[in-house]
Design a binder for this molecule. Structure first.
Ligand SMILES: [Cu+2]
Length: 125
């Protein structure tokens, strides 16, 4: 193996490691809900090639209001599914859509786009 091949190999391995790190670690963003005086737990989520934040922590037994702002027209994210809460909602582009739910049980509940490609989770404590 000559020097050029070695450099290309190292660069390739480095790039692969970066891509893995990016998808599995850096993309995780956790946010805790902020309770209003009325006791509603509010979280704002931006939808653009994914959900940001994509891990949302709330407390059980109190109403939750998620406001999804869809900052793109990419059809991938036009539908939001929260199967554990029987929620299926259209998210119009460049608009905020409010999704309200009452988490009764603790646990981790996934939400995804209509195709299951974009993923986030609601962690109920
Ligand atoms: Cu999708």
């Amino acid at each position: 193996m000559d020097t050029t091949a070695l450099i290309v190999t190292i660069a390739g391995v480095g790039l692969a490691a970066f891509v893995l790190w990016y998808f599995f670690f850096s993309a995780r963003q956790t946010a805790s809900a902020v309770s209003t005086s009325g006791g509603v737990q509010e979280v704002a989520i931006t939808v653009k090639g994914g959900y940001s934040p994509d891990v949302i922590e709330v407390e059980h037994g109190k109403p939750v209001q998620l406001s999804f702002y869809r900052d793109e027209e990419n059809s991938c994210s036009e539908e939001l599914l929260m199967p554990d809460f029987n929620i299926r909602r259209d998210l119009p582009a460049f608009k905020t859509t409010l999704v309200e739910l009452l988490p009764q049980q603790t646990g981790k509940f996934e939400f995804t786009c209509g195709m299951g490609m974009l993923r986030g989770s609601l962690v109920v404590k």
